[in-house]
Design a protein around this ligand. Structure first.
Ligand code: CP
Length: 310
């Protein structure tokens, strides 16, 4: 694939290919590009992890990273995203990594069939394929398989591109998905992938407790006015008392940024069962795997280098 925009593109073999490639990079694989190659990361929504780890991945693969700041770009003069992409392709950018608040913003860009590659770094409440792949890597590193694992996805389901991406891949890979959090945020789209259960019924039986950030920036004003962090934590959060009921083999995950004391008790973020910072480390290696895969499709990297490693 020359563009990566949704987990719907991935077969189980693709997921395992990316996991093995990311592990090879983690164990020291280095590559050499066939010619200078250029990446641009266009983030129209704030980001720390995804933005910096894509840039780190691109640099570690030998790409040159051209800065882009939406606030000082001609997007502020009304230039469309498609014309922005046409422009950066015309000046020689090989790969655009884009985060944008609009669901499926990428479709018109794909339809234009520009001779450059695109990775979706998160679209609104739609998809977050690189987060999902790094989460699969983190779970695979822990358990060595997905089949039959019980995974609870808990929190702000309605706004979560992470939930939507992960429920698809986890189910496809053979895990059993459950959902929890405010019931009003659970809808028919989620019900196709797993049952809703109160968090107190889930904690003692899961292998993975995957928490989601409450996305205050996407809550409507009416919802936000009624939101109370302490009440949310007590009703839906991973409290210290609930964490004590987790099975010993269970791990705690969260895509971050974390609202400490809201979806998770602050001290649990660094607890022995937490894999939250390991997820961030894995994110850089997984993004190296994704970008290198695309570089091979573009002829900028020899396929054999990656085949031998993964
Ligand atoms: N998990 C994640 O997407 O974090 P950022 O918003 O910091 O990129």
């Amino acid at each position: 694939m020359t563009n990566i925009v949704s987990v719907d593109q991935f077969s189980n073999e693709d997921v395992m290919h990316f996991i093995h490639l990311a592990q090879a990079f983690k164990h020291g694989l280095t590559v050499k590009l066939n010619r200078p190659a250029f990446a641009m990361n266009l983030f129209f929504e704030n980001s720390t992890r995804t933005h910096t780890s894509f840039e780190m991945a691109e640099r570690r693969l030998g790409m040159q990273v051209i800065p882009f700041d939406p606030k000082t770009s001609s997007v502020t003069k009304g230039e469309s995203l498609l014309d922005t992409l046409r422009t950066i392709q015309a000046i020689g950018v090989d790969l655009a990594v884009i985060r944008h608040p609009q669901d499926a913003y990428y479709q018109p860009l794909l339809d234009a069939k520009l001779p450059m590659s695109l990775i979706n770094a998160g679209d609104g409440s739609g998809q977050h394929p690189s987060q999902s792949l790094l989460d699969m890597l983190t779970i695979y590193e822990e358990f060595g398989h997905f089949n039959g694992l019980k995974v609870a996805i808990v929190g702000d389901l309605q706004h979560s591109r992470v939930a939507r991406s992960n429920m698809t891949l986890l189910t496809q890979l053979g895990a059993k998905v459950y959902f929890s959090g405010p019931k009003a945020w659970f809808n028919a789209d989620f019900a196709k992938y797993g049952a809703y259960l109160p968090i107190d019924e889930l904690v003692s039986q899961v292998d993975v407790m995957m928490l989601l950030r409450v996305q205050h920036e996407r809550l409507t004003q009416t919802n936000n006015e009624t939101f109370d962090a302490t009440t949310y934590h007590q009703r839906y959060g991973l409290t210290e008392a609930r964490a004590a009921m987790l099975p010993t083999q269970a791990i705690i995950m969260h895509p971050a940024p974390v609202n400490r004391g809201v979806e998770i008790a602050s001290d649990l973020v660094e607890s022995p069962q937490s894999r939250i910072f390991q997820q961030m480390t894995n994110g850089m290696y997984m993004r190296m795997a994704m970008v290198s895969h695309i570089l091979v499709q573009q002829g900028l990297l020899d396929a054999k280098t990656l085949e031998d490693a993964a």
